[in-house]
Design a binder for this molecule. Structure first.
Ligand code: WQD
Length: 337
């Protein structure tokens, strides 16, 4: 069974991807420094897959640690790199930490991969590179905009670093997956999103409001130039997103080195904040308490993806609906109460 290194494998998307890797017959090896994840996620993953998973606690920014890991774990055939800080607002106040961690870790990882002849890399990128697109839905050829935050810029810089490494090194293959908005939880409710502190993102705030952990949801602006005045995003179930990583690894098998490509990973459909609220109310068969507050600085009005390229080339397509995602997110939240 092919061994795949999953950095940040105890995180929200990483843990769901580890489950899908096992389901597809791979052997995942997790690396995580647990700076923004919880070891309970490992137990949840092991509960689902009914077997243990190897976990190395450490930092991808530590070259000695990464070299030792590749020596210990021989025959790793690929790496999926999730490990990064991801709070847009936080990054504005801590740019150096974000560049050091997000960009530094990628460079150390690639260095260690090359030292040990590991040539397949799937990189966790983000639709944030598009900023506020001029045309919707965005395709992979849509222009990247000046990043609205250091976080978003680390994703752009990392994509460029990977592209340059591929150009310089015939024996390297890489795919950057530009995620839209990952939401939901595993249908088993054994793993899910575990935001630390007050959630920045919409869906965990919605579920925590319904769980009475938060007083009420603030809807950031209802006078945007959209049908109901609230922002539009492409919300994708985290399990569908996890499966796209497996498809990416399989896609490498048909590619010659050097190879680099970029894929939008979303549903291809946009939903507004109020549509999320209404769909959630349908899921709980009740009302969600919310108020309209001023717009949040840095928010783009509308972004959702054209996902034809991933559908056609990765043979991957999102199958779960917004309602599926919100139902699974709510079932997960209820396990935390
Ligand atoms: C979605 C919509 C808010 C909270 C960010 C990153 C992206 C990815 C996902 C890491 C917006 C509105 C939100 C709330 C609200 N992160 N909202 N009340 O900002 O689209 O994307 O997180 O990879 O890279 O950019 O996601 O969930 O924060 O916001 O009204 O309490 O919900 O204004 O319109 P976002 P989000």
């Amino acid at each position: 069974m092919e061994k795949i290194l999953v950095t940040g494998g105890a995180g929200f998307i990483g843990s769901h991807t580890v489950v899908e890797l096992v389901d597809a017959g791979y052997t995942p090896i997790i690396v995580d420094n647990f700076s923004n994840s919880d070891s309970n996620a490992i137990r949840g993953v092991e509960d689902i897959i009914k077997r243990s998973v190897k976990v190395y606690e450490g930092d991808c920014n530590d070259l000695q640690f990464m070299n030792d890991l590749f020596i210990t774990e021989k025959n790793i055939t690929g790496v999926i790199h999730f490990a990064a800080y991801k709070a847009v607002g936080e990054s504005v106040g801590k740019p150096l930490e974000y560049y050091q961690n997000n960009v530094g870790s990628l460079m150390i990882l690639i260095d260690a991969m090359k030292n040990h002849n590991v040539e397949n890399l799937v990189f966790s990128s983000s639709c944030t590179v598009y900023g506020q697109p001029d045309h919707l839905p965005v395709t992979e050829l849509s222009p990247k905009k000046v990043a609205e935050s250091p976080y978003g810029n680390t994703k752009q810089v990392c994509e460029e670093i990977i592209e340059d490494v591929v150009k310089s090194n015939a024996k390297f293959k890489a795919i950057a997956l530009r995620y839209f908005n990952p939401i939901g939880a595993h249908p088993s409710s054994k793993i899910g999103e575990l935001p630390i502190g007050v959630p920045n993102n919409l869906v965990p705030f919605v579920t925590q409001t319904a769980a009475r952990i938060r007083e009420e949801l603030s809807v950031f602006g209802d006078d945007y130039n959209t049908p109901d005045g609230t922002c539009i995003r492409d919300y994708i179930h985290v399990v569908d997103l996890a499966k796209a990583h497996v498809k990416s690894l399989q896609h490498f098998n048909n590619q010659k080195t050097p190879y680099f490509d970029i894929f939008n990973i979303g549903t291809g459909k946009g939903n507004s904040v109020l549509e999320v609220v209404k769909t959630f109310e349908k899921v709980i068969d009740g009302k969600l308490k919310y108020k309209v507050d001023p717009k949040r600085p840095g928010d783009v009005e509308q972004v959702f993806g054209n996902v034809d390229k991933a559908n056609n080339e990765l043979k991957w397509k999102a199958e779960l609906t917004l309602e599926d995602s919100l139902r699974d997110a709510w079932n997960w939240q209820k396990t935390l109460m």
